[in-house]
Design a protein around this ligand. Structure first.
Ligand SMILES: NC(=O)C1=CN([C@@H]2O[C@H](COP(=O)(O)OP(=O)(O)OC[C@H]3O[C@@H](n4cnc5c(N)ncnc54)[C@H](O)[C@@H]3O)[C@@H](O)[C@H]2O)C=CC1
Ligand SMILES: O=C(CO)COP(=O)(O)O
Length: 339
């Protein structure tokens, strides 16, 4: 039986969002332990209550502790928040598997689709942790880590096929600046989160090319159309894409200079190479760079047309010039808005 009042929560991953979400939980009155890969980051969080590498100038609640030892971090956890990048979730979770309590609620923060398997993060978690879908909760929405860590108001979606578990995570994360809504459409929420990173790359690229608001709005709206096409083909509720995990996150990520994906795209648009943009990202993850390939493959396998995603894959991985990719997008055969 899972605990309806999730009091002891472990966050695995001390990057931007893992740390900001730990703060959300701490500010909601929960006892939080963060696992950090680096000893120095764990020590800084535990002793100074800061994580300067990822969230400079943010003070964390003193009730948050941290360790670099996963066994110590997971001891007694009623919920485990997975806050590592999508493409490393499988390897990390495989290493932690034997340390998880069978009843823990597993909360996924990652926004991506796995290369090779083309699986959503909750599918990877179900496979590796060998837990039923109803034990996995997805958090998604317009949640730029820096703004949330500063206590700026934001809402999110907490999605789980088991409504009671979604409610438990909703209660555990609700505070004066963070307002989570429940949803049972896990597929739609996960695809919204993964696909918007790719569209944010395209918006950044357009900005880097010196293009303005009309282009941006076009990419956001047509990006929404293509993610909804993929989602509904996979059984998602079309309404989800009109919500926080769809249009909400698209608008935030595509328009904010804080977005790593948008920033990455902007560098490519200005003429930097993939390697230069990666170097400038300083190790922080821009998920869209890999997800454009996995989402494109997933769409192709289902016969779903995703032209912006396809263009991003070709720019990032086939050396196509952003200007040429843009011209090709515009020159596609003419069609009805909803066909
Ligand atoms: N930063 C944000 O504003 C938001 C991020 N997300 C999603 O949350 C997930 C985690 O993102 P962030 O915390 O921002 O990432 P980040 O790059 O800031 O931190 C990643 C964390 O994972 C750890 N890690 C463990 N194994 C790793 C490996 N093999 N490679 C790289 N890092 C590894 C790193 O040490 C670090 O603590 C991503 O899927 C991202 O799309 C979702 C909402 C908001
Ligand atoms: O997911 C996010 C906001 O909701 C963060 O976007 P970036 O990963 O592009 O920074």
């Amino acid at each position: 039986m899972f605990a309806k009042d999730l009091q002891r929560i472990t966050v695995l991953g001390a990057g931007s969002w893992g740390t900001a979400f730990a703060k959300v939980l701490g500010d909601a009155g929960r006892d939080v332990t963060i696992w950090a890969r680096r000893e120095s980051v764990a020590a800084e969080i535990a002793q100074e209550h800061t994580n300067g590498s990822y969230l400079p100038d943010v003070k964390l609640p003193s009730r948050i502790t941290a360790t670099a030892d996963p066994a110590a971090a997971l001891d007694g956890a009623q919920a485990v928040v997975l806050a590592v990048p999508s493409q490393s979730l499988r390897a990390n979770l495989s290493a932690w598997k034997g340390l998880l309590s069978p009843d823990s609620v597993l909360v996924s923060l990652a926004k991506g689709v796995e290369l090779g398997t083309l699986k959503r993060m909750s599918q990877v978690i179900a496979e590796i942790a060998e837990v039923p879908d109803g034990q996995i909760v997805v958090v998604s929405g317009p949640n730029l880590a820096r703004e949330i860590a500063q206590g700026q108001p934001s809402a999110a979606v907490v999605a789980c096929s088991d409504h009671e578990r979604a409610v438990a995570v909703q209660r555990a994360s609700f505070n004066s600046y963070f307002r989570p809504y429940t949803n049972t459409d896990v597929v739609g929420c996960e695809l919204g989160g993964a696909c918007k990173n790719v569209i944010a790359l395209s918006c950044g690229m357009a900005a880097g090319l010196g293009l303005g608001t009309n282009t941006m709005a076009t990419l956001i709206t047509r990006g929404l159309a293509e993610m909804a096409r993929l989602g509904t083909k996979l059984g998602a509720d079309p309404l989800t894409f009109a919500g926080l995990a769809g249009v909400g996150d698209l608008v935030a990520t595509c328009s904010s200079p804080l977005s790593r994906n948008r920033t990455f795209g902007e560098r490519l648009g200005r003429g930097e190479t993939l390697e230069q943009a990666q170097l400038a990202a300083g190790g922080q993850v821009a998920e869209g760079v890999k997800s454009c390939t996995s989402i494109r493959e997933l769409a192709m396998s289902l016969g779903v047309d995703m032209p912006i995603t396809d263009a991003m894959h070709r720019v990032c991985h086939e050396g196509v010039d952003p200007r040429k990719a843009g011209a090709e997008l515009l020159g596609r055969s003419q069609k009805h808005e909803w066909s």
